[in-house]
Design a protein around this ligand. Sequence first.
Ligand SMILES: [Zn+2]
Length: 381
Amino acid sequence: MTVGFKCQICSADDLEILEAYRTLPRVTSDSKPWPAGGELSVCRACGAIQKLPTDKWQTEAAAIYQNYEMYHLSRGAEQLVFADAGAARPRSERLVEFVLDKSSLPASGTLIDIGCGNGEALGNFSRALPQWRLCGAELTDKALPELRRLPNFETLYTTAPSRIKERFTLVSIIHSLEHMPVPLEALTDAAGLIEPGGTLFVEVPDVETSPFDLLVADHLMHFSRASLGEMAARAGIAPKLLTNELAPKEITLLGARVAPTIPKRDPERGLRLARTTVAWLEHVMTQIAAVAKDNQIGIFGTSVAAMAFYGAFRDRVAFFVDEDPARIGKIYDGKPVIAPKDAPKDAPVIMALPPSRAAKAAERLAAIGLRSVCPPPLAAA
Ligand SMILES: [Zn+2]
């Protein structure tokens, strides 16, 4: 099927549309329900999973950013990373520590965070690298007053990164590349900002361990380690590290600037991953529909998956269950967010988590007498 769009990574005119995706509920990246009707594809030449940047997608993404409220459910408090032991720490704090640990940075240098948002990562960099000069790049200067409060903050660029003259010791792109409408160009431009010997740090959602990421309407790209690695090579970045084992559900890339190369394409794994993940999501929705038919339900979590489910079964959802103290006690759309120990015992709780994490959380709920519904296992991709 010719769709008029080429692969964002390898430029092949060979995108396979995943028809079933159109029926799946969607969610915004700031965790608000969004109606079904998206278009998802996978490249038959390289296996990269991607939405189509149609006029509709561009309009929807613009509408989402217009009303963006990061972490609205925890009233501005950054999402916590829960280790399985139960300890929780802000996500970007851990990431920053990791980058410092792995990239042997000099005591002083310059850093630019591309897509810096309100400066959540820059704040952590500022504390960890007090001798450094920090810059950000963003579409607007809305966050400038906040950024200026960081003691070593210098410049917020609102021009395209390709027009920035300065070069940087560390260039970071954290939870931003997956949103960009022309991602290979964005990554290439970012690579161009690295000074000799400098480092690029990229953080994106991992479609292999986070199948629900496909439901995020404003994410154009749904990277695996393979597709991010391929895009990096084409952008002139040699990964020193490319892992999905550092932060849950995310890929972390640290790399150095090199001449761009065109890697050998190996589409099979990506094709399987795309097809099996969409089929699995359909299966999950059918399973929830069967439970919700005869019951009021609770939803575990207030993540993107939880909000996608909520959008699809709004009338049947009586409450949310959450273990994050910052969210417990909040009301979302008239529905309470309840601690597990206080949740009604008679309503099944839908686990809005990937299978591996759902099973562990379900055990904790079973121990206090809650009935949960876990997603089926993901087919091996
Ligand atoms: Zn491709």
